[in-house]
Design a protein around this ligand. Structure first.
Ligand SMILES: [Zn+2]
Ligand SMILES: [Zn+2]
Length: 293
């Protein structure tokens, strides 16, 4: 997780550069801090020894495969309630989102069953579930916003676990394209000051190294079928794409930007690059994550 000072400093930079996205950046800053506060209370339990974790990673099994991070329903509802209020504070029109706290399946007694039945990491499946509960897919507080707050509440528990894992396990042992902790596909990438490539899971915010000339989604290594484009308005940002699976990944180049950015903020800042990539016929690899399993 990012220190508060760095987060605030970065937010200020983005606010200056992209005033129109201010409510989103501000929401994100509050969300980050809220999650960090609760992650400290989540007390994750690592269900493997350091040696077992090492073996899992070397064999290409992500650490939470078939396991849950262990979720206290009381704490989950507390986190969810605060996330809902935070969203409404920044987007007052989303007021109807509050009704999610009264959803019977999310009551304290029902929550463990719900969490074992529905994979909240999977946005598409989660939105489908919300629509079956009668949430509309449009409006200021629709199924996708409801799915978002549920996922972020869950992510708080994964963040706690990810922090514990980073202290115990060397993620350089992992050589796959998906997240070594939760198994999701990367949402962003970064080339660090030395030019090494790192991928980032936007769910549990784990970062891991990955070869520069390989598609993390389909493992294509043919340089003829890998490429990138950029837009002059976004110096230091690239959209890497793969002609084999037609997916793309936005990448921040630290040496060109001149500072180590926070990739979740970069993701918001460069939304236009997503539009460009889609217009060119590429898909974000991350949305396909769980469909490929
Ligand atoms: Zn992850
Ligand atoms: Zn590919």
């Amino acid at each position: 997780m990012e220190p508060k000072e760095k987060l605030n400093r970065e937010i200020e930079i983005y606010l200056k550069e992209k005033q129109e996205a201010a409510p989103l950046f501000r929401l994100y800053a509050d969300l980050f801090q809220l999650q960090e506060r609760y992650a400290g209370q989540a007390k994750p339990h690592l269900s493997w020894s350091r040696e077992q974790a090492r073996e899992l990673l070397l064999q290409g099994h992500y650490l939470l495969k078939g396991r849950s991070p262990g979720i206290d329903p009381v704490l989950f509802r507390k986190v969810l309630g605060e996330i809902v209020e935070t969203v409404i504070r920044h987007f007052p029109r989303a007021e109807a989102l509050r009704k999610i706290m009264r959803q019977p399946e999310l009551a304290e007694s029902e929550l463990p069953r719900f969490l074992s039945r529905v994979d909240l990491r999977d946005s598409a499946a989660l939105e489908g579930q919300l629509r079956r509960w009668g949430w509309k897919d449009d409006g200021a507080a629709g199924s996708s916003l409801a799915a978002y707050v549920l996922r972020e509440a869950l992510a708080t528990f994964y963040l706690a676990l990810a922090a514990a894992v980073r202290e115990e396990v060397n993620l350089a042992l992992w050589s796959e394209g998906n997240c070594p902790l939760c198994g999701l596909d990367p949402a962003m990438a970064m080339l660090n000051a030395e030019g090494a490539r790192f991928l980032r899971c936007s769910f549990c915010r784990t970062t891991w190294p990955f070869p520069r000339l390989e598609c993390p989604f389909c493992r294509n290594k043919d340089p003829q079928r890998l490429g990138f484009f950029y837009a002059d308005e976004y110096p230091g940002r690239r959209v890497q794409f793969c002609e084999r699976c037609k997916s793309y990944l936005k990448t921040a180049v630290v040496k060109e930007i001149g500072r180590e950015v926070i990739l979740e903020l970069e993701d918001i800042y460069t939304l236009e690059l997503d539009h460009l990539a889609r217009r060119e016929g590429y898909r974000p690899g991350r949305d396909l994550a769980l469909l490929q399993e």
